[in-house]
Design a protein around this ligand. Structure first.
Ligand code: ADP
Ligand code: TRP
Length: 325
């Protein structure tokens, strides 16, 4: 009996160095799920064009994310790892889907509204971003899409568009499910807001040790004096500590916070040690792969071939269904 695995798809934009939020909110899940799903994991370099206009930087960041994917343990024998732009038909599907996408659906997207609220002048790419993302998801007939909480709405947009397509043209596209890791739904940054490369509040496990230390030491705390008991549940230090420590270590740390006589400076030092310990092997591999670009590029090329084969199958059905072929 055929034992077909369900399909997982996800991507990360290569728009800057990746941080703990990206790792615990999204990427770690790809690694955990790679044995159970037929996985397609890509680097969303077309999406990153909405923010990066420097060609050299875009290319460098793209290789960097591929390196990170491999360092964190994605196995290229199991996972199709590729650059978004190597599957050209995704742009063709984007156009087709955009003819079915109500303006209002895109206007309601939080990520678009947030950027407008920050005063970023929107271009068409930023507005149409979720349609490209829908094409990414639907072209591989993905069953599940593991993402951080902030991307859930975009997966729902992909579902809405797929429903509209299927109602109009027949049952061609598969409805995807977002998968959100609830215990690490939002990783806080050093200022206590959501960690994000755009807020200058990130800690990246792929930086040099000195930079990681500087960021950890900058974590904002309240002004409670050393002797006073502290509430772990209001503390960014504790929230980050929980991500990189064992159950017992977390309980110990909780006790230290609650009993008083334990300062934030000491807690930050322990957090730093735990981050470096947690990422020890990953960092080692990362720095090795930095010197092995040819290997990283060859993995992407291989992944693109398989991704294209799957994408072209869907496109054949789509083009037939809509009356283009
Ligand atoms: P950023 O906010 O730094 O620009 P992206 O929007 O590129 O990050 O997010 C890449 C992936 O990482 C997405 O799936 C997103 O949901 C996840 N992610 C980013 N920041 C966080 C965070 N602070 N907590 C949890 N997940 C996050
Ligand atoms: N928008 C996602 C992000 O910023 C990246 C992305 C692009 C993506 N296409 C996707 C994620 C398809 C999941 C599925 O992180």
């Amino acid at each position: 009996m055929a034992n077909e695995k369900k399909r997982l798809l996800s991507g990360i934009q290569p728009s800057g160095i990746l941080h703990l939020g990206n790792y615990f909110g999204a990427m770690k899940q790809f690694v955990e799920l790679q044995n159970d799903y037929e996985s397609y994991v890509f680097i969303a370099n077309y999406h990153a064009m909405t923010t990066i206009k420097d060609p050299k930087l875009l290319l460098e960041n793209t290789i960097e994310v591929a390196n990170i994917y491999l360092s964190i343990g994605l196995n290229p024998e199991k996972v199709n790892l590729f650059k978004q732009s190597d599957v050209k038909s995704v742009c063709e599907l984007t156009w087709i889907l955009s003819t079915l996408t109500p303006m209002g659906l895109l206007e309601r997207c939080h990520s678009f509204k947030d950027k407008i609220a920050k005063g970023i002048a929107p271009d068409h790419g930023l507005f149409a971003y979720p349609v490209l993302m829908a094409a990414d998801i639907l072209i591989y007939k993905s069953d599940i899409v593991p993402v951080g909480k902030d991307q859930k709405q975009h997966v729902e947009v992909a579902r809405d568009i797929a429903i509209k397509f299927n109602n109009l043209y027949g049952d061609v596209l598969k409805l995807p499910e977002p998968v959100i890791q609830s215990d690490t739904a939002i990783v806080p940054g050093i200022d206590g807001q959501k960690m994000s490369k755009s807020y200058d509040n990130a800690i990246s496990p792929f930086d040099d040790e000195k930079t990681i230390k500087k960021q950890v030491m900058k974590i904002v705390t309240d002004a409670a004096p050393l002797e006073e008991p502290k509430n772990p549940d209001n503390s960014t230090i504790f929230a980050l500590y929980c991500l990189v420590s064992s159950k017992n270590e977390i309980e110990e740390m909780r006790k230290k916070f609650l009993s008083g006589g334990y300062g934030y400076g000491d807690a930050k030092k322990e957090l730093l040690d735990k981050i470096l310990f947690y990422f020890k092997d990953i960092r080692k591999k990362y720095f090795e792969l930095k010197n092995n670009r040819d290997y990283v590029v060859s993995v992407l090329k291989n992944g693109a071939e398989k991704a294209n084969a799957t994408a072209l199958k869907t496109m054949k059905e789509v083009l037939k269904a809509i009356g283009i072929e």
